[in-house]
Design a protein around this ligand. Sequence first.
Ligand SMILES: [Zn+2]
Ligand SMILES: [Zn+2]
Length: 350
Amino acid sequence: MRSFLLLLICGLIATSVSAAEPLRAVLLDAAQLDDVRAQTLRLADFNAVVFVVEADTSRREIVRASATAKRHDLPCYFWIEVARCPRLADERPELMASLQGHLEWRRFYPNSQEPRDDEVVKTYPWVPILSREGFDAQLARVTKLLDGLPTPSGLFLNDLQGAPSACGCGHPLCRWTADYGPKRTNTKLGPDAAAQFVEQVQKKTRVPLVIPVWATECEAHDKPTLCAGIGCFEGLCWKEFAKQLTPLAERPEPLALLLPFRAFERDLPIYPDRAGWVREAVELMQAQPARHRGTPVPPERLIAVLQGWDVTNREVMAQIAQAQLAGAGGFIVSLVPIEQDWEPRLVRWK
Ligand SMILES: [Zn+2]
Ligand SMILES: [Zn+2]
């Protein structure tokens, strides 16, 4: 009932249909879509659905839900969580990102053991595509996940950056590297890894539109709190971010921006209406690349991915309003939690 209301409310504030209609989608599990919900979405002026595709997602369920969506004239997109992948992390722990450099992340895990010389602390269960081996394993995985499924209108690939707490500061949005230190268990790729990944997925799966989902880095005011005193905002974070974003910014497809304001601890009083970070993040996608010799991404090219779980209807509306104020080219309200947590794991590296 709650989500029914939520959907109706969203519809009331959705923008009017224009020539290039902006995406107004919900992200959900295929099993959650039946005729009633599809009809509700239509009434609420949503114009697409995005299904989560995971290893344990039933193929039949996706085929069924795609047919349901089609009956209601709702184009289907798929969403694959790339880097955060427990299955791959369990099978091939050496592919995980690591926690090296600063030790401030330990405030969240005070009982975590010190690594021996032949051990490295890995960020479980994050397997970024920033190494040759991680890239190849993830490409094979994504290709296999889509095998035998109907072709979607587009595919969202979430988490093509490093793992959270990249420099060791503990900030959930510090993601500029997979290994900030000398202990390496794989081969580092250049800053165009994400763009290459998008290109390869497109080539292998022939999905017409592959849309990377990107996250912003830390902010100046985070220094005493989430960055635990580390000056990563003025350090490498945004410089490396700009290098990685630029090859994507120069590609033709839109970019999605991961903006679960509460899950990312951004529902702070300093942001207007609490959800104001959504607007700020869209603006950061222009300001920060411009500051660091990268290519800015104009707001109309960005699809805002908003938090539709563990929030009130009013908070969903506030996020949509902020995305629209920022001029974002579309939005997706995620009704399913987008897991972003991590924990330290010791792995042998020699
Ligand atoms: Zn950091
Ligand atoms: Zn940072």
